[in-house]
Design a protein around this ligand. Structure first.
Ligand code: AHR
Length: 634
C-alpha cells in the first residue's frame, strides 16, 4: 500500500489558495478584457510601441462619394497633456457621403445584430460654422448600423455621444466618422463600447471574457503584471496614478510586451472587477527598479541608472501610500475622494500589496525594496506586503532572495516557475519541507510547459498533481496563480496561456478547467491520509487531497491519476463527521496529448455525475484524469 505522504492529522489551510494573475500581455487588456472596440482611439500609437506603428495605425482616411480633404496628426492643443495627439480633419469638399476616418478595430470590430453600442468622441471646431458629423458601422459592402448625426458646436474640446444599433452581425466591421460639410475640426478619443459590458459597467469589460474569468471563482486577483509592472526601463515603470480619472486624461504608454497600453483598463477598473467577481485585489508595484534592475539597458537602451534615484524614491513611495488611500481611504481623504468621484464611495478593501516582480536581488533592489517596505509597513500594518524571491526558484540567486526575505521578515514571498510537466511531478514535495516560521509563500506565476508550449492534458494534469501539494501545504502557501491568464489569438508574446480568445470566441484550455475545478472546490481545512492508492509506484502518477469547506460543511476530494490505467483509490472518511451517501463527481480525462482549440469539436471539458459514497469506499480513478468528489455534510 503506497500512502500519500502528508503531515499527519488535519490543519487549517488558506481559504484563498487559488486565484488569478492578470497581466496586460498578449493583448489581455486593450483588444482583450477591456471592451473598447476602437483600436488606437486617441492616436497615441507610435514607432516606440512597435516599429511599424504610428498615430494613424488602425485608421484610414475616408472619402466615399468623391469628397476631398486632408487629415493630419497634431499636438499643439490636445484634450489633455497626457493624451497629446489628435487628428485635424480639413474638409474642402464633402462630396456625397462626407469625408473623415474609418477605424478597423482589433482584427475588425465585432458587432451583433440588434445590439447597441455607445459611441463617443471629442471634437473641437477650428474654423467655420457648426457642421454635422455622422457615425455608423459598416462592413465590407454594407452599412451595418443606423447613422447617428450630431452638430459640432464648440471651439473648445467637447465630448459628443451617440448610440448605434447593429442591423447585421459581422466580425470585421469598421467604424466610420465623417464630416458632411466643409470644415476644419480637431478630433480625438473616438470610442465605441458595447452597451452590454460585464455587469454593465461604463468603460467596462468584455462580458464573455470577464464571465469566463469570473467562472473560475478566483479568491484573489494579482494585477497588472508581471514584467509589465517594472517595465523595461525606469521610464516604463507602471505608474498607477496615470491610469485613473477620466479616460481622456490617462497616460498610456508603451508596454514591455511591445504594444501600446491605453490604461483605459486602469486601477479603478481593476479594483471594480475584483469586487464584481469576489476576488481580493492584489496589486503589484515595482520596487523602484525596472526589469532585472537593468535601468532599461536590457531592451530599449537606458541611462545606466539601475533604479530610481533616492530623490525619486520619495515621490514613488508616496505614490504607493496614495494607492492604499485610493483603495481604502474614506471619501474625506484626497485619494479616497478621487475613488468616490469615480463612482465608488465605499473602499475597495485592499489587504495585500506586492512589491517587486522577479527582481534580481542586488543592493540596488534591496535598498529600494527596504525603503518602500519600511514606510508601508509602518504606516499600514493592516496591509500584508508580498516580496519576491527573484527570477529563480532554486539555486544561489533564489537563496539570496530567501535570505533577504528572512532578513526583512517579509510576511510573504512571491515565487515563479515555468517548467516542464516532469518538474512539477518531481517537485510535489517542494513545500512539505518549507520552514513554517519563515515567510509565507505566494506562487505568483506558474505553468507546466509541455512540448512546443502546448496546453496539453498532460501539462494540466501535472499542474493538478502539483495543486494537491499546494493544498497539502496550504498552511505555508497562501496563494497561487497560473500565468499568464489571457492570450488573444494572433497577438501572443507568450505561450501557453490559460484562456485564449478572438474577437468572437472564448477558448478555455484544459489547464483552465483544472484551475476552475480547484478554485470552485476550495476548502479551509486539510485532512491527511484520507485517500491512498493501493498500487505500487504511484508516487509520481497519483496525488490526492481532502479538504473541508467550513462554509458549506462539504468534504472535497481531489484525485489525480496520470497513469495510463485506472487506479482504485481507497477513501477513508472516518473522523470527518456524518456524510451524505450521495456525492457529485466531476472528471476531466482524455488523451494526455489532447489540447483544446477554438474550433472545439474535440475539446476536453469536465463531466459531472453522481456517485454513492460511504465512510470507506473505493473510487476508480480513470486513467489520465482529475476527479473532484464533493460530498455534502449531513
Ligand atoms: O507571465 C509572463 C511573464 O513571466 C511575467 O510578466 C513575468 O513576471 C515572468 O517572467
Amino acid at each position: 500500500l503506497v500512502k500519500q505522504k502528508a503531515p499527519a492529522g488535519s490543519k487549517a489551510i488558506s481559504p484563498n489558495l487559488f486565484g488569478i494573475f492578470f497581466e496586460d500581455i498578449n493583448y489581455a487588456a486593450d483588444g482583450g478584457l477591456y471592451a473598447e472596440l476602437i483600436q488606437n482611439r486617441s492616436f497615441e500609437y507610435s514607432a516606440s510601441d512597435r516599429r511599424d506603428w504610428h498615430p494613424l495605425t488602425a485608421w484610414q482616411y475616408t472619402t466615399e462619394g468623391f469628397g476631398y480633404g486632408t487629415i493630419s496628426v497634431e499636438t499643439s492643443t490636445p484634450v489633455h497633456e497626457n493624451n497629446p495627439h489628435y487628428v485635424v480633419l480639413n474638409v474642402e469638399d464633402e462630396g456625397r457621403e462626407g469625408v473623415g476616418l474609418t477605424n478597423t478595430g482589433f482584427d475588425g470590430i465585432v458587432v451583433k445584430a440588434g445590439e447597441t453600442y455607445d459611441f463617443s468622441v471629442f471634437v473641437k471646431q477650428l474654423s467655420g460654422n457648426a457642421i454635422p458629423l455622422t457615425v455608423y458601422l459598416k462592413g465590407k459592402k454594407d452599412k451595418l448600423s443606423n447613422e447617428a448625426t450630431f452638430n459640432t458646436q464648440s471651439s473648445d474640446w467637447k465630448k459628443y455621444t451617440a448610440t448605434l444599433t447593429a442591423t447585421q452581425t459581422d466580425d470585421s466591421a469598421m467604424l466610420v466618422i465623417v464630416a458632411k460639410a466643409k470644415c476644419k475640426i480637431a478630433i480625438d478619443m473616438i470610442s465605441l463600447f458595447p452597451q452590454k459590458t460585464f455587469r454593465n459597467r461604463p468603460n467596462g469589460l468584455r462580458a464573455d471574457l470577464a464571465q469566463t474569468i469570473a467562472d473560475l471563482q478566483p479568491k484573489f486577483m494579482r494585477f497588472p503584471g508581471g514584467c509589465l509592472v517594472h517595465g523595461d526601463g525606469l521610464g516604463n515603470i507602471y505608474q498607477w496614478k496615470n491610469t485613473v480619472g477620466p479616460v481622456e486624461q490617462r497616460k498610456g504608454q508603451r508596454n514591455i510586451w511591445s504594444y501600446h497600453q491605453t490604461v483605459g483598463l486602469g486601477y479603478f477598473e481593476y479594483f471594480q472587477f475584483c469586487e464584481d467577481i469576489g476576488a481580493k485585489p492584489l496589486p503589484v508595484v515595482a520596487a523602484g527598479v525596472s526589469c532585472q534592475n537593468s535601468g532599461g539597458t536590457w531592451r530599449i537602451g537606458g541611462t545606466g541608472q539601475k533604479g530610481l534615484s533616492l530623490e525619486e524614491m520619495k515621490t514613488y513611495i508616496q505614490d504607493i501610500l496614495d494607492l492604499i488611500e485610493y483603495a481604502n481611504g474614506d471619501a474625506t481623504t484626497t485619494w479616497g475622494a478621487k475613488r468616490a468621484a469615480a463612482g465608488h464611495p465605499e473602499p475597495f478593501h485592499l489587504e495585500y500589496i506586492g512589491i517587486g516582480n522577479e527582481d534580481k536581488i542586488t543592493p540596488v533592489f534591496k535598498d529600494r525594496f527596504k525603503m518602500i517596505y519600511d514606510v508601508v509597513y509602518a504606516k499600514h500594518p493592516e496591509i500584508t506586503i508580498i516580496g519576491t524571491t527573484g527570477p529563480f526558484h532554486s539555486g544561489e540567486d533564489y537563496d539570496l532572495g530567501w535570505n533577504f526575505a528572512n532578513e526583512v521578515k517579509v510576511e510573504m514571498v512571491d515565487e515563479h516557475y515555468y517548467e516542464k510537466p516532469e518538474w512539477f511531478i518531481n517537485n510535489l514535495k517542494r513545500y512539505d519541507k518549507y520552514n513554517r516560521a519563515a515567510s509565507k509563500v505566494y506562487v505568483g506565476e506558474y505553468a507546466a510547459h509541455d512540448v512546443k508550449r502546448k496546453n496539453t492534458l498532460r501539462s494540466a494534469l501535472a499542474e493538478a498533481l502539483y495543486m494537491t501539494s499546494l493544498e497539502r501545504n496550504g498552511d505555508v502557501v497562501m496563494f497561487s496563480s497560473y500565468a499568464p491568464l489571457l492570450g488573444r489569438k494572433g497577438h501572443t508574446q507568450w505561450n501557453p496561456n490559460l484562456i485564449y480568445f478572438t474577437g468572437t470566441q472564448i477558448c478555455p484550455t484544459i489547464n483552465y478547467y483544472v484551475q476552475k475545478l480547484f478554485a470552485n472546490n476550495e476548502g479551509d481545512t486539510y485532512y491527511a491520509d484520507v485517500i491512498s492508492a493501493p498500487v505500487a509506484d504511484t508516487a509520481k502518477t497519483f496525488a490526492a487531497s481532502c479538504v473541508k469547506d467550513s462554509k458549506t460543511g462539504d468534504i472535497i476530494l481531489k484525485i489525480v491519476n496520470t497513469d495510463a490505467v485506472v487506479v482504485p483509490a481507497k477513501i477513508n472518511l472516518a473522523g470527518l463527521g456524518a456524510v451524505n451517501t450521495n456525492a457529485g463527481v466531476t472528471v476531466l480525462t482524455g488523451d494526455p496529448m489532447a489540447e483544446n482549440s477554438c474550433e472545439g469539436a474535440q475539446n476536453k471539458t469536465p463531466k459531472s455525475s453522481n456517485i454513492s459514497v460511504s465512510k470507506s469506499f473505493t473510487y476508480q480513478a480513470p486513467a489520465n484524469s482529475l476527479s473532484v468528489i464533493r460530498i455534502q455534510s449531513k
